[in-house]
Design a protein around this ligand. Sequence first.
Ligand SMILES: NC(=O)c1ccc[n+]([C@@H]2O[C@H](COP(=O)([O-])OP(=O)(O)OC[C@H]3O[C@@H](n4cnc5c(N)ncnc54)[C@H](OP(=O)(O)O)[C@@H]3O)[C@@H](O)[C@H]2O)c1
Length: 200
Amino acid sequence: MTYAIIGAGPVGATLARCFAAKDIPVLIANSRGPESLGELTAELGASVRAVTVEEAVEADTILVTVGAVAFKDVGAMRPNWSGKIVVDVTNGFMLSPEVQQAEYQGRLTSEVNADRVPGAKLVKAFNQLPVKILASPLPDDVGRRVVFVSSDHEDASATVAALAESLGFAAIEVGKIADGGRLIQARAPLVFQNLIKYPM
Ligand SMILES: NC(=O)c1ccc[n+]([C@@H]2O[C@H](COP(=O)([O-])OP(=O)(O)OC[C@H]3O[C@@H](n4cnc5c(N)ncnc54)[C@H](OP(=O)(O)O)[C@@H]3O)[C@@H](O)[C@H]2O)c1
């Protein structure tokens, strides 16, 4: 399984740090090209490699951590996303009501984003943790931060839940986008809660 992160702002860089901490190889791309990511990759070491977006979209599992509106630009990078798992980390709630209406027409952001990566198995995950919390792992004896995972594809949901566990989180699968996915859209009750699963 190969992994890529597209978007190297606070959220993408923090997820890259999580991969580096567990020595799990990951590619990372932004819109300005790999040379602009030299400082980040120098800090994170050999498991994180900066690439072009064209190379990043060749990975098996692609975490999209761009701004909400830019998701469709990432989607346009492939005519066909068959065989790919796309993890939608974006949140649309900061957009103005006008832009939200234009982008989503009242639908859930992940339903719309799934249409933007035709053929992919889209999974909503990691979006509900504020970046400061995402960036603060807990000692194992204290517990693990909860990451909710939602997808219309059970196998992809399980794969991303396993990835979240490998990265040191406690994954909770909440079902399909129309059900569990709705719960973890920003502004829903579960969003931005600092939930911790204690060791058994
Ligand atoms: N802030 C939070 O606590 C939080 C928590 C969870 C989820 N989120 C969501 O996570 C997403 C990222 O947040 P952020 O604060 O990290 O965003 P950000 O600071 O705006 O960074 C966005 C990143 O995406 C890259 N990018 C934009 N368009 C691209 C494209 N077409 N192809 C490749 N890369 C592109 C940018 O590259 P350049 O810099 O080269 O332009 C930048 O590295 C947002 O959708 C946000 O809603 C935020």
